[in-house]
Design a protein around this ligand. Structure first.
Ligand code: GTP
Ligand code: MG
Length: 263
């Protein structure tokens, strides 16, 4: 595995090192950043560039593209041929955000795995903060709803959708977490042994955060400013009907977590 930022150093030896030893040296643990894409041709180049410029931790970026019709994977392929820090997984027969994240996590070699949307709504410049915070927490989430955070990311309908889902999640699952639908996370690898991602789309995040809390993992939120998508089309929804179609799965997830036992 190659470093995002510095020289190769002792990365191979470091791979087997336990994360809690990291205070010995911050360069002795590895970070993987998984970038799920579907039709993000206009965004992915800038996102990769800014990620590489921001993250100094040794590690890798893994783009998981579901054979985007707009050819997002072509841009990543060219970058990956030039820069060994970037890997491309082009999935030909599968589609879906959660399964793409799982595929990326499965390939990741990092002690910590981070991921984010690829529409430039989440600042890659915050990745170092999220990654570093996993020194004190098992799961670190970028949050729009803790002090210092802000959501300018969507239409008013989208903001209302997010607020409503988060209110329902807080009421039924606990107020400790403010942004259950963050989708901007850094997670210690060991967490996945006990909590594989479940779901189809953004509801995986509610499921992950709620189960992490329940199982006694420490969860921390770091504020961030969610910016509007400037290029490309939303895969969540573009109107109220679309949000309702997506939303029911989020609601079912919350109800299952609250009333359906711990499975
Ligand atoms: N690999 C893969 N990525 C996906 C899929 N659906 C969505 N994504 C990616 O998941 C991330 C979130 O999708 P967005 O369209 O930004 O969803 P959103 O943030 O709710 O909607 P916006 O309001 O447009 O920001 C983006 O990076 C998408 O490219 C999919 O089926 N496969
Ligand atoms: Mg988005």
């Amino acid at each position: 595995m190659l470093p995002f930022g510095g020289g190769l150093g002792a990365t191979a030896a470091a791979k087997s090192r336990c994360l809690r030893d990291r205070r010995v040296s911050d360069r002795d643990w590895l970070a993987s950043v998984v970038l799920p894409t579907y039709n993000e041709r206009e965004n992915i180049g800038e996102l990769i560039e800014r990620t590489l410029a921001s993250v100094q931790q040794p590690g890798e970026g893994i783009v998981v593209d579901d054979d985007s019709p707009d050819g997002t994977w072509q841009i990543v392929q060219v970058t990956a041929e030039r820069d060994p820090r970037i890997r491309l997984l082009r999935r030909m027969d599968e589609r879906g955000l959660t399964s793409a994240l799982m595929a990326g996590i499965g390939l990741a070699q990092g002690d910590v795995v981070a991921w984010m949307d690829c529409d430039l709504s989440m600042p890659p410049e915050l990745l170092p903060t999220l990654l570093a915070a996993t020194g004190q927490a098992d799961v670190v989430a970028g949050s729009r709803y803790v002090p210092g955070g802000r959501d300018d990311g969507r239409s008013l309908t989208g903001q209302l959708f997010s607020r409503t889902i988060n209110l329902a999640a807080s009421l039924l699952l606990g107020w400790q977490i403010k942004d259950y639908t963050s989708g901007f996370l850094a997670v210690r690898r060991s967490v996945f042994d006990r909590i594989p991602l479940r779901g189809d789309y953004g509801e995986y995040c509610i499921d992950l955060l709620a189960r992490a809390q329940r199982l006694g993992f420490t969860v921390r939120e770091v504020p961030y400013h969610c910016a509007p998508r400037l290029r490309g089309q939303s895969k969540t929804a573009t109107n109220a009907i679309g949000y309702i179609k997506r939303g029911w799965k989020y609601v079912v997830t919350i109800l299952r977590l609250r009333f359906g036992g711990s499975r």
